[in-house]
Design a protein around this ligand. Structure first.
Ligand code: GDP
Ligand code: IMO
Ligand code: MG
Length: 428
């Protein structure tokens, strides 16, 4: 049963979009299973550059059915816009399928996300403000509205009448915001239904069907392991299971379908939003990486916090996801550096720390212990052959493999699909 999961190994933006586009050649379904349009996945190939927020990153391949699974929360306006943009660029998106079990991000979720962040003051999480957290809160509270609910107008209206008074009480009484109107929400839903009707389907069946026929299916992760609701740096996390555990729940498939779990790691670290990041470089080196790599959020445009590769956090990501392969991206960004550092352990008050701490207060106190690697002057940018990689860069990759305890079977040396070194075939 050949499903392959692609999981962010760090704090998101590892290059999942690039890798998924690269890996989709022999795949018939690419399915998102978690998160929402907080994600921004960049794909660059002969058809141009795409920044996907909801559309699965394999969508550029003609044989791929892009699937948005039940575990995803979807802002219909964002999806409609994305479909329109892709159509205007000549892409056929008619095969897209959205699960009738996927939850809708309502306008009041977006309002709540922004009001809650404001209310947190200095402790703001730095969310993307897209309503993702509040939509998952409603899902868990059993007051969410799903795509399938839009197919029955009367039931939908009743549902909105049922849930909106509580939402409005929170918005107006807790946050001093403006109430939403039942009729307005209902009208919007009917409009979304009219535009998205051809895409709404029981997609779990489509995915299971593909698997039972022996077709290759890619399970597209969003965010990253350190942003996972349970396993990440809580409370500075997103509101869904972005590690591999979310893939089965978010698509209605069993774990025995998953033949490979690929973790994507950037050759250094970045983070957007608040929360501890032990290897953060608040200096000219961090700034140099940000500028050279263009480390600004794909979704919000915020500058990403940059730092050295955190081997402790990455090793934790390998374990949490039981990775079968690692994939290293953006090696080219480190070209020309004199020395490249990797965090190989944490210390608190000079004492070594065992593993990756669960408590945020402990993680905040962790100081990185670094191992230095000699830099390389010859460029890796654009290389497609492992034999051409400069000796020092090879040593860096091999050092990372040892530190994280996982082979790095694919190395990405540029944003374009073809700028990739394959050391092992991951999808036969
Ligand atoms: P995602 O959220 O994990 O899909 O990653 P993003 O798309 O948000 O950010 C990754 C950025 O790195 C994008 O601008 C990609 O085009 C770019 N990228 C991916 N792989 C490489 C690489 O190997 N080298 C360089 N220079 N850029 C890359
Ligand atoms: P991709 O899929 C990087 C971060 C936000 C914030 C926290 C919670 O492109 O890797 P949320 O809006 O989810 O409630 O915000 O999570 N975050 C991401 N950071 N890449 C992402 O997605 C992210 N999605 C959410 O910045 O710190
Ligand atoms: Mg991104």
């Amino acid at each position: 049963m050949p499903a392959y999961a692609v999981i962010g190994g760090q704090w998101g933006d590892e290059g999942k979009g690039k890798v998924i586009d690269y890996l989709s050649e022999r795949v018939t379904v690419v399915a998102r299973f978690s998160g929402g349009n907080n994600a921004g996945h960049t794909v660059l190939n002969e058809k141009g550059e795409f920044k996907f927020h909801l559309m699965p990153s394999g969508a550029v391949w003609p044989q791929v059915t892009p699937v948005i699974g039940n575990g995803v929360v979807v802002d219909p306006d964002v999806l409609i816009q994305e479909i329109e943009d892709l159509r205007s660029r000549g892409l056929d998106v008619s095969k897209l399928q959205i699960s009738d079990r996927a939850h809708i991000i309502m306008p009041y979720h977006v309002a709540l996300d922004q009001l809650e962040e404001k209310g947190r003051g200095n402790s703001a999480l730095g969310t993307t403000g897209r309503g993702v957290g509040p939509a998952y809160v409603d899902k868990v509270a059993r007051t969410g509205i799903r795509f399938g609910d839009m197919l029955d107008a009367e039931g939908l209206r009743n549902r909105i009448e049922q849930v909106l008074p509580h939402v409005n009480a929170v918005i107006t009484k807790v946050h001093g915001g403006e109430a939403f109107d039942v009729q307005d929400i209902f009208d919007r839903c009917l409009n979304w239904r009219d535009q998205l009707l051809p895409f709404i389907a029981p997609v779990e069946e489509r995915v299971r069907d593909a698997l039972s026929k022996g077709e290759n299916v890619l399970l597209e992760g969003a965010q990253g392991t350190l942003l996972d609701l349970d396993h990440g740096t809580y409370p500075y996390v997103t509101s869904s299971s972005s590690s591999v555990g979310g893939a089965c729940a978010g698509l209605g498939i069993g774990p025995r379908s998953v033949a490979g779990v690929f973790g994507i790691f950037k050759a250094y670290n970045t983070r957007v939003g608040s929360g501890p990041m032990p290897t953060e470089l608040d200096d000219e080196v961090g700034e140099a990486i940000r500028q050279k790599a263009g480390e600004f959020g794909t979704t919000t445009g915020r500058p990403r916090r940059c730092g050295w590769f955190d081997g402790v956090a990455a090793r934790y990501g390998v374990i949490v996801n039981d990775l079968t392969s690692g994939i290293l991206t953006r090696l080219d960004i480190l070209d020309g550096m004199k020395t490249v550092k990797v965090c190989i352990g944490y210390e608190i008050d000079g004492k070594p720390v065992e593993g990756f701490p669960a408590q945020i207060n402990a993680l905040e106190k962790c100081k990185p212990v670094y191992r230095d690697f000699e830099g390389w002057t010859l460029p890796t940018a654009g290389l497609t052959n492992w034999d051409d990689v400069p000796r020092q860069a090879k040593k860096y990759v091999q050092g990372l493999e040892e530190i994280i305890g996982c082979p790095l079977d694919v190395i990405s040396t540029g944003p374009n699909r073809h700028e990739t070194i394959s050391r092992k075939t991951l999808i036969p």
